[in-house]
Every structure is written in structure tokens, then in C-alpha cells.
Design a protein around this ligand. Structure first.
Ligand SMILES: Cc1cc2nc3c(=O)[nH]c(=O)nc-3n(C[C@H](O)[C@H](O)[C@H](O)COP(=O)(O)OP(=O)(O)OC[C@H]3O[C@@H](n4cnc5c(N)ncnc54)[C@H](O)[C@@H]3O)c2cc1C
Length: 388
């Protein structure tokens, strides 16, 4: 079979939030790039995941002139009034505002769909259903081989590779194992994550209860993601629809305002992971390919965007000034930011979960977590209004 040879400056492996944001940043800066995505456009555009974007992510996309990607459904700010938090059924208000008053609820699939639309409209090269991707000669003159959607073999010569292919992609495993260190923390429990055709009003509500943590968070005008803390050993068979709705009602201290068809359910073990360094030769890891943050912090999408921006600025600096210093410090710059985010993510995860079901960490840790919880929340008066 003949192989078509091509050339570009950056090959981006993976068309999720990190890869698509990076592609748009580079395209707007006049730097050649090709995005290779293993799944179909249809699949990628409908993959439900995150729902919250922090103020930093919102400002960043605005600064790049990409405000249109927030799209048809985005609501916020996520925290101007605070989140209603039900503690043993009693409404309280969690004013999570740090510097984040511009944060919004924006379902990830809408952000992804719009990033794809803008990238293609502006002339970007995005290849869905790219198969058998392999990365070669990472140290000097990288090449990326793949089969395109029609099965034709392609080899792309490039200067840099951006590994944006998530936790299960091929980029990170392309780095020799003795170079990479994995730092991981298992929180010891899972979330049953349920997607249902139910509008969320208010847009987010969380519950701390001796039965465990629970939450309902908007995923668009007619959909919500529900979360229930559960043991790591639970299976989906143990969670039929009726149990889900009644357990949510028990933890919220009131029945769920509206129920509807459940369209997806999965068990997500809560873990925090960082891989270091985030670069090897001319391969750079971005987003979930380099780190997983506990979903309790709702920062995964924002961290992916942060990496994309740091990397894009470094590439622009290389091209415009012929200076690799920002690329050289890419891993260090991102790791500093990520460890900071991990600190808050682990803290909020432990505070919210240890404050509830004491069977995981014991009564002593529960009392400590309750003190932390009280420090971070406000009086019930404002919270009650959110349920009126
Ligand atoms: C159930 C769930 C709920 C979440 N909730 C939140 C939340 O509320 N807030 C938040 O901020 N974050 C949340 N996250 C995390 C967030 O979704 C991720 O952090 C974010 O998607 C990371 O973006 P990414 O581009 O790095 O990776 P991904 O979104 O995983 O994108 C990687 C892309 O690479 C592609 N790919 C994989 N392998 C290959 C390959 N070999 N070749 C080519 N392409 C490949 C994939 O198909 C995918 O399109 C959640 C995650 C899950 C699973």
C-alpha cells in the first residue's frame, strides 16, 4: 500500500477539549497544525462529560476571540449566588467564589461541538476516524503515521506533537516508562454518575448526608447529571432506576423535583493522578493525557484548556522569536498549575465526602470535615430562596 507524505508544524493527537482548543489557538496564530481524532465526528460531538468551566477558562476563550464556542446553552455564572448545599437535608449556601465569578455551566459536548465548527469553518485540518496512529522519532524530527478514514496510509513530518488524547490514548505510552513518574491518589469511593432527561432548577445542587454525597448538575436545558457516592465494589446492576431516585431523595432530604428517563449511567472511581514530566523530546502531553483531577472539583476541562494555552503560547514564541525557552519550561509551568489545582481538588473532595458517610474515613475525620464544611458555607437564609 502506498503512503502519502505530508508536513505540518504541529500534529495534535486527539480532538477533545485540549486538542480542539489548541488547534483553534494555532490556526488563529497562522501556525500549521493537523488534528487526528480516532472517533467519528458524530461520536465526539455527543460525548457527555463535564459541565462546568471556571472563570479562567471563560476569560481565556474570550481573549482568543472564541466566545462563540460557549454556544446555545451556557448558563452562569456558576457561583455568583453560590451553590445550594443540603446538609442532612437542611439548605445552606456554598459561596464557592474565589476569583471565579465568571465561571459558567457549559456542557462539554456543546463546547466541543462549537470548537469543531469554528476550527473547520476557519479552514482547519481535522481528521476523524484516524486509525493506528503511531509516533516516531520523538527526539529530533518527529513523524506521525496513521490510516485516514478511507484506510489510506499517511505519514506526517512535523516539528512538534501535542498529545491531547486523554487518559487512554497512545501519546503517553509513547514515552519510555523509565522517564515518566505516575503520582496517584485513590480516594477510596466511587461516584455513580447518571445522565437523565431532567431539567435542573437550580442549575446545581449538592448534598452531604450520612448516606453519602449526592448532586444534581445541569447538562443543558433538558438534562442533568446526578452523582451518588458509592463503594468502589458496587456494580451497575445494584443501581436500578427506582433505587437511584429514592437514594437521591434520601440524601437531598426531599424527593427529586422531577424525574425522567435515564440515558446513561456509569461508575467513576474518584482518583487524582499526575504524570511527570509532561514532555519528552518533541512530544508534549496536554489535558487528561497528563493528569486526572477528582471530578468533585469540576476542573478537568479548565485544566485541559490551561495546558492548551501554555503550549500554544510556547509554540508561537518558538515560531516568532526562534526561542524554545517556553517549550523547554512547558512541563514545569503546567505541573506547577496542576499541583495547585490538585491541592484544592483533594481538599474539596475529602471535605464533601468525609463530612457525610463516616464509614469510609471514620467519625474523627467526619468531625474534622464538618468543621471545614462550616468554614466554607454561609447561612441558610439565602439558600432557602434558591429552593422557593
Ligand atoms: C463522567 C465525567 C464527568 C466529568 N465532569 C467534569 C466536570 O464537571 N468538570 C470538568 O471540568 N471536568 C469534568 N470531567 C473531566 C473532563 O471531561 C476532562 O478533564 C476533559 O475531557 C479533558 O479533556 P482532554 O481534551 O484532555 O481529554 P478528552 O476529552 O478525553 O479528549 C481526548 C480525545 O482524544 C481522542 N483519542 C483517544 N485516544 C486516541 C488515539 N489513540 N488517537 C487519536 N485520538 C484519540 C478521544 O476520542 C478524545 O476525543 C469529567 C469526566 C468524566 C469522565
Amino acid at each position: 500500500m502506498s503512503t502519502t507524505a505530508e508536513k505540518t508544524f504541529v500534529v495534535i493527537v486527539g480532538g477533545g477539549v485540549a486538542g480542539l482548543a489548541l488547534g483553534n489557538f494555532l490556526l488563529r496564530s497562522g501556525i500549521g497544525c493537523i488534528i487526528l481524532e480516532k472517533d467519528s465526528c458524530e461520536y465526539v460531538e455527543h460525548r457527555q462529560r463535564a459541565g462546568a468551566l471556571d472563570g479562567r477558562g471563560v476569560r481565556m476563550l474570550r481573549e482568543w476571540g472564541l466566545e462563540e464556542v460557549f454556544g446555545d446553552f451556557s448558563a452562569g455564572p456558576t457561583d455568583s449566588a453560590g451553590f445550594p448545599l443540603l446538609i442532612d437535608g437542611e439548605p445552606r449556601l456554598w459561596d464557592a467564589a474565589d476569583d471565579d465569578s465568571e465561571g459558567i455551566f457549559c456542557p462539554q459536548q456543546i463546547l466541543v461541538r462549537n470548537l469543531i465548527k469554528v476550527f473547520l469553518r476557519d479552514g482547519g485540518d481535522l481528521r476523524f476516524e484516524a486509525a493506528d496512529i503511531s509516533l516516531e522519532d520523538l527526539g529530533d524530527r518527529p513523524t506521525v503515521r496513521h490510516l485516514d478514514a478511507t484506510g489510506s496510509a499517511k505519514v506526517i513530518d512535523c516539528e512538534l506533537i501535542a498529545g491531547c488524547d486523554g487518559d487512554r490514548g497512545i501519546s503517553r505510552p509513547s514515552i519510555p516508562a523509565d522517564i515518566l513518574t505516575r503520582y496517584a491518589h485513590e480516594h477510596g469511593y466511587a461516584w455513580l454518575a447518571v445522565l437523565a432527561d431532567v431539567p435542573a432548577d437550580p442549575l446545581a445542587v449538592m448534598a452531604v448526608h450520612s448516606r453519602g454525597f449526592a448532586a444534581q448538575i445541569t447538562r443543558g436545558p433538558n438534562a442533568s447529571r446526578f452523582y451518588l457516592q458509592c463503594p468502589l465494589t458496587d456494580t451497575l446492576d445494584q443501581w436500578p432506576d427506582e433505587r437511584i431516585w429514592s437514594e437521591l431523595g434520601a440524601r437531598f432530604g426531599r424527593p427529586v423535583a422531577a424525574t425522567g428517563p435515564i440515558t446513561d449511567r456509569q461508575l467513576v472511581p474518584l482518583r487524582s493522578v499526575v504524570y511527570s514530566p509532561m514532555s519528552y523530546g518533541r512530544l508534549y502531553l496536554l489535558g487528561d493525557a497528563a493528569h486526572i483531577v477528582s471530578p468533585m472539583s469540576a476542573k478537568g476541562m479548565s485544566l485541559a484548556l490551561h495546558d492548551a494555552e501554555v503550549f500554544a503560547r510556547a509554540v508561537i514564541h518558538q515560531v516568532e522569536k526562534d526561542d524554545s525557552s517556553l517549550l523547554d519550561s512547558y512541563s514545569e509551568t503546567c505541573l506547577r498549575h496542576i499541583w495547585n489545582a490538585q491541592t484544592s481538588a483533594v481538599w474539596i473532595t475529602e471535605t464533601m465526602h468525609n463530612s457525610g458517610d463516616a464509614s469510609y474515613e471514620g467519625e474523627f475525620r467526619k468531625q474534622l470535615a464538618r468543621v471545614e464544611l462550616e468554614r466554607m458555607i454561609e447561612s441558610p437564609t439565602a439558600a432557602n430562596r434558591l429552593f422557593e
